[in-house]
Design a protein around this ligand. Sequence first.
Ligand code: SAM
Length: 273
Amino acid sequence: MGNRPKRSLGQNFLVDPNIQRKIVEAAAVAPGDEVLEIGPGRGALTRHLRAAGVRLTVVELDDQLAAELAADPDEAFTVVHDDVLKVPLRPLFESWTGVIVLGNIPYNITTPIIFRLLEAPRPARILLLVQAEVADRVVSAPGSKTYGALSVGVQSVARAERLFTVPPSVFRPVPKVSSALLRLTPMTPSPLSSAGSETLRTLTRAAFGWRRKKLATTLWRHPDLRMDREEAKAALEGLGHPPSVRPERLSPEDFVALAGLLARPRCPRVRPA
Ligand code: SAM
């Protein structure tokens, strides 16, 4: 455990046992549950999860930390030495849709981790300690300044809650920013197919990339969308919005409905990003 924390791997270790316990309690695990921990590091959350009697699989990229964790084996504990963004996760579990995911994750790969976990089929619930500012963006409501593609992408398939703030002082090394625990509970059945999710991502990237434009304009002029002008107006009116509406006024459900229209065969020009 003597090696220096690696910035490149986002290593900020949680050193406060009370916060460690609070985070694991928020995951509400029960003995026998299948749990995935992302980035176990020196075991700050791992030890509490193991004490709770769950069937735990951890994915850790750091060579030395993975080796140290694997040196303490038991039949309910599996160490996968790999990159969480590359390793196929579903085959690691008996029933992926029942899995509880927990992690104090590297901040530089927060968004890709969230989107990877929210690809269908999805786990039962996901608890991630992330930068407070990212948690705010994820749970943000329509009309708010921080509402954007991330908020819509997550809230269109999961209930998103910011549970509590964690101060920089409980980590080593001490980061510059506060963190927050995010709980995502995927909806069942999923409101979106995989193709629908892909279209939604293209749509939200375009809409919030051109955030200050009227959404009707983006729908018919953006190169990735190019909906017919009249069709764009009708689609927005059908959702109860004037054509002058800006993207931040639409709810995640509105965006799902628009993605459905874009994915229809008579509007085939949407190109995946
Ligand atoms: N869970 C520990 C804790 O709370 O003290 C460590 C948290 S630290 C913020 C993030 C952990 O993720 C580190 O152990 C780091 O080595 C690991 N990590 C970084 N990138 C990773 C990746 N792509 N796949 C898996 N683990 C990764």
